[in-house]
Design a protein around this ligand. Sequence first.
Ligand code: CA
Length: 375
Amino acid sequence: MKIKSIEVFVLNDKLDKPFYFSQWSYSERKICLVKLSTDEGVVGWGEGYGPADVLAAGVKLLSQYVIGMNPLDNETIWDVMYRRSLDYARRGILVAAISAIDMAVWDVKGKILNVPVHQLLGGKKRDIITPYATGLYFREEKNLPKALADEAIEYKELGYKAVKMKVGMTIEKDIEMVREVRKAIGDDMELMVDSNHAYNLREAVKLSKAIEEYDIGWFEEPVSPEFYSQYAELRNATTIPIAGGECEYLRYGFHQLLRSNAVDIAQPDIAACGGLTEVKKISTLASTYGKEIVPHSWGTYIAISAAMHFISNLDNVPGRMFNSNFWMEHDRTDNDLRDQVTIPDFEVKNGEIKVSDKPGLGVTIDEDAFKSFCK
Ligand code: CA
């Protein structure tokens, strides 16, 4: 059994209505998908997180070293890719390219062995996980706080038990938006905020203090991912849990994040941090620090499904008899690539997801939609 081919695709779609966050505006969605085929005709899909064209070049570079290898040997394949990239790109986009190929390897491996990825990871420790809606981005509105509050209510009506909103505009505007959203959703829905490293430490402390009264589930990327000690200082200055890690790579990067006492919740992106092979190691490392993991995902249902399998296998640290909550990021922003090209084997019902037991990642590709977005 051998890997026969690795094809890479860039898909894009213009958005009807642009939206923005603290760093830039989005007018299109663009993703890099990987299709891995074996000599026996088994096909697996993977996805990378990051600028799609650069990712595609990385996947092309690494593919040549992987073709001919046994698709069951995910760690051996990973090692080959890692050694080929280490000298030039210890962090960043080439690691995301490794992640995309690695994700496709796990999908294929599950299909060959006829087991779901959560079983390959070691077993399903929970059947039910809780998606939180990611949305509430900035956009041109006469009354943005009101528009965000209305959007949050839509998620609540769909059954979501939590919603994450953007902050990072100005401290004053952030406070107003958070206040309006909390007022709209009431006290029985979890609310998280994410500034995408918009602030320096002084500003992040000021904003945290001001929104503590709105019962914030976590403050994500409050300061620059470069400033581990500022994360730690902020943690000591606020009662709001601090989250981060979507710009972090490999077990080595996460080790630095964890030993710096930077976060309460680590957020590796499986499509960027090194894939399923590496995130399994990152989660083991996090468990030795007693830290929670809530993976970041902002892509199609290929990446979201990889997160679902991984979350269902996560250790419960320290563990207890009664169910604890395991969050899964469910991006709800406008994305036809996610909604039309990839069909997941789960749905959100009463704010919960029942973990898929289909072989591999359990994702179906709509071939017609795929072709229409493939340019
Ligand atoms: Ca984020």
